[in-house]
Structure formats: C-alpha cells, structure tokens
Design a protein around this ligand. Structure first.
Ligand code: GTR
Length: 333
C-alpha cells in the first residue's frame, strides 16, 4: 500500500498536471485546452463522483472546451489524506474529500463536524449554504486551498464485526477504525473505545482479519465499500453529519485568469444540486441493499446518552474561536 502510494506520489510530482508550469501562457493562447485533474476516493456512480462529473461537465461547457477536468475516482490518485497533500502543493488540481481528514489541515473545520451539532439535514444546509459556510470555504485559502462547494454525506453510524451497539457501555474497549482526524480519534475515545486511524482503502481487510472490531460511516459508504460483508452489525446513532468539500489547489487557481476562477466556483456550486439529489436516492438504495445482503440493523437505545458522552469534546477539541462558531451554528434557525 505504502509503496503504491510512493509511486503515485512520484508520478504526481513528475507530471503535476497538464496545466502546471505553463498555465498563464496556455490560457492566453487560443484553442489550447487546459487539462486539470480531480481526485475522489469513491467509486464510479457514487453520489460524490456524480457531483464531480457534473462539475467537470459544466466547466467544460462554460469555457467552451478550454478547460477540461478529468475525474479520477476510486482513489486512483492516492488515499484521501495524500490527495489533500497533493492538492496543497499543486500536484493534483482538485479533490473531493470529507472534511474530517481536511480538518487536520484547517482545524477551524472541526466546528462544522461536531457530534450532534446540527438539528437535522435542513439545519446543516442552512449553515453550509449561508454566510457561515461561505466563511469556512474562504478560510481554506490560509492553507493553500480554495474551498469550492459542500457536498452531502448524510449521518455516520457505527458498525461492528462482533455485536450490535445499543449503549455507550457496549463500545467499551472496541477497536474502531476512524478517518485520519484528531477529532474523530477523540470522539471514539470519549465512548470508551480504542480509535485506530486508517486510510479508507485499508478498512475492509482490517475488518476481515480482525485488526479492528468496527468502523463508522454513512449508509452509502458502508454499502459501496462492501464493509457490510465483513461487519454485519450496523447500529444507528447518527453521531455526526460530516460535510464533504471539493477543494482546488490555490496554486492551480492562481494561474488562471479571474473569469475562469469564477467559472470554476460557479460550476462547483451548481453541481451541488445533482450531488444532493443522487445522495438521497443512493442512501435509500444502500439501506435496502445491505439489509437484503444480511446486515443486522438496530437503533441505539438512547441518543442522549451518546450525546452526553461526547459533549466534553466541545471543550477538549475546540478552542474559543471554534466554540464561538458552534454558537453561531446553533443560533441558525
Ligand atoms: C466516506 C467519505 C470518504 C472517506 C470515508 C472514510 O463517507 O465519502 O471521502 O472520508 O468516508 O471514512 O474514510
């Protein structure tokens, strides 16, 4: 896995993108196509990839073919964390990621993914597509990214190879895989379980071989990753709603003329509608599919018990500035 990653990284460094290095010149020369790359770790047909493709199609249409965005799904350009790193130094032009790993690059984002933060999906979208969400997209510039748009990722639940989870006590000592995110490590610890950070692509075999006892994710990922084949207990606690984001490399964007930057931002925002719609459809299908395939689904006994166990994270994982954002988020009606 590591070796494959290094090879990919070397390839990315040698040929950062068709655009890198010659952007200004090419943008000035008529008829030359600028080719940019977008990485996504989800498979073809997954809602985020459908969103990426809609984004790419719009950019192509609005620039009359001058800018072509190639979508590389299924982690072809590396795992999520490495894709973020490559975008940061300009080796990849765009990536669609969960803001959990992204928040280790821009910690402010933790304020958007705290447990039981949003009252429901509608509240979350009001926040993300309003002034608060805009502020957080713009905050990405401090870390050499351009935040383009938020995508839906539903709510995350725990799943296990061993047993259903009903109470916080059930989680005691369980080894739970988390994304490469310090907040997610803290969250699992707060429940008395043992967090194991790991790249998404390694989770299936870790579940299968017993390296971990469980993981957590939304319905579509539990389905498309086939984790349900090896971890059949899916326990609904909806601990977090973690938005996803398409980020661009600031290095790439700065090489483009202002109008093209605006086209890219507009196209990304417009692609959100397609992503949210296919998310809703995919989520229902996934739920039915894993159930038919033999998953044992249960609801936790008392969400308030889980929320209380995770409440200290608002003190331990956030600073004053992030807590002030949490207050603003809660105040959105
Ligand atoms: C999914 C998300 C992926 C990745 C994955 C994970 O929901 O779409 O980008 O973050 O979760 O748990 O690693």
């Amino acid at each position: 896995m590591k070796k494959a990653f290094l090879i990919l990284l070397a390839a990315a460094l040698l040929a950062p993108s068709a655009f890198a290095g010659g952007g200004q010149e090419k943008a000035g020369a008529a008829q030359k196509t600028i080719v940019l790359r977008l990485a996504d770790n989800q498979p073809i047909g997954y809602p985020t990839v459908l969103g990426d493709e809609d984004f790419a199609r719009r950019v192509n249409e609005y620039t009359k073919g001058r800018i072509k965005i190639e979508v590389y799904p299924q982690g072809q350009l590396g795992g999520e964390k490495s894709a973020i790193e490559q975008v940061q130094f300009g080796g990849i032009d765009f990536t669609r990621v969960s803001i959990s790993p992204l928040s280790d690059f821009q910690p402010l984002l933790n304020a958007l993914q705290m447990p039981y933060l949003y009252r429901n999906a509608e509240h979350m979208w009001k926040v993300l597509n309003g002034e608060i969400g805009e502020y957080f997209l713009n905050s990405m510039a401090d870390k050499n990214f351009v935040g383009l748009v938020y995508y839906d990722s539903g709510a995350r639940n725990f799943y296990s190879t061993k047993k259903p989870i009903y109470t916080v006590a059930d989680m005691k000592g369980m080894k739970i895989r988390v994304q490469e995110s310090s907040l997610m490590m803290g969250l699992v610890q707060a429940l008395g379980a043992v967090p194991t950070p790991m790249a998404y692509g390694d989770v299936y075999s870790a579940l299968q071989t017993g390296v971990i006892d469980g993981a957590e994710n939304n319905w579509p990922s539990y389905d498309s990753s086939s984790h349900h084949e090896v971890a059949k207990y899916y326990s609904i606690d909806e601990h977090t709603r973690v938005p996803e984001m398409i980020i661009a490399s600031k290095i790439t964007m700065d090489k483009l003329p202002k109008e093209d930057q605006e086209i890219i931002k507009k196209a990304a925002r417009e692609s959100q509608a397609v992503q949210i719609k296919s998310w809703a459809e995919y989520e229902k299908k996934s739920e039915a599919k894993v159930q038919a395939a033999g998953s044992k689904i249960n609801k936790i006994r008392d969400q308030a018990e889980f929320a209380a166990a995770m409440a200290p994270l608002y003190q331990t994982q956030l600073n004053d500035a992030q807590r002030a954002w949490v207050e603003k988020i809660r105040a959105v009606k």
